[in-house]
Write a new protein. Structure first.
Length: 255
């Protein structure tokens, strides 16, 4: 479902991502971890087609990102750390706009809109202006735009950052539900990047850890924590003494 082969991204002398290779199978839910600036966001931006790799290639749902970028993008639902929202628009107008951008057929657009709003608990605020919503509801709008076109792959970057404990629980439950929901006849594939390790333990079955732009751990969660080790201990060992380079700045992603 996702194949990354030797993905690298350089900005001058800065190597943000260095020869990253991994695969994610249909229905897998993978936690993508790393220290700040380790290359997580840069990797996810390459996988979603928002920035091109300097070297390497990636395939999403059978579509090569360089050779068939439009089909690859249609297969992905992406929630960046800062959701790409237009605060002056109403919830339903914005999600309908994204559905159009994602090439949802006109005949199916209303159904897709209603389904996304219902799945994300937004039906009661569909006519509200996004800028007037709480951060938790804005995060739900971000999730709605990520799933409105019913993608086979979801890539979520810090989906609960800045939320209160109740909002975190609600969004985490929604992500878990989306992860087990089937798209067509296949379960959704999910990459979840977060600094909240209990979130990974609650939702994910496999863990990727990136440090200094390189993958340093790629194992099932059960194997990593076998013998009583905590995910926090595993993460600390995997990234110990690794100097961190900052991710290169990028403009806020638009849908």
């Amino acid at each position: 479902m996702i194949e990354a082969r030797g993905l690298s991204k350089r900005y001058g002398d800065l190597v943000a991502v260095d020869q990253v290779t991994f695969s994610v199978q249909p229905g897998e839910v993978v936690g993508f971890l790393g220290p700040n600036g380790a290359g997580k966001t840069t990797t996810m931006r390459m996988l979603t087609g928002f920035i091109p790799p300097t070297d390497g290639s990636a395939t999403i749902a059978g579509h090569d990102l360089l050779e068939d970028p439009l089909a690859a993008r249609r297969s992905v639902g992406y929630l960046p750390e800062t959701p790409p929202l237009y605060p002056e628009m109403s919830v339903e107008d914005y999600v309908a706009y994204v559905a159009k951008l994602k090439d949802v057929p006109r005949a199916r657009r209303r159904e897709a809109l209603d389904r996304a709003l219902a799945r994300c608990g937004l039906a009661d605020v569909r006519r509200r202006v996004i800028g007037a919503l709480s951060k938790g509801y804005r995060q739900r709008v971000g999730l709605a735009q990520a799933i409105v076109h019913d993608p086979a792959v979801l890539i979520l970057d810090e989906p609960t950052v800045g939320l209160d404990p109740i909002q975190i629980r609600e969004i985490r439950a929604l992500i878990a539900e989306l992860a087990t929901e089937k798209q067509g006849d296949r379960a959704r594939t999910v990459i979840l990047s977060t600094h909240i390790l209990p979130e990974v333990e609650a939702i994910c079955r496999r863990v990727l850890v990136i440090s200094r732009g390189r993958i340093v751990v790629d194992q099932p969660l059960a194997e990593l924590t076998r013998g009583g080790a905590s995910l926090e201990e595993v993460f600390a060992r995997a990234t110990a003494r690794e100097p961190v380079e900052p991710d290169a700045p990028a403009a806020e992603a638009q849908p």
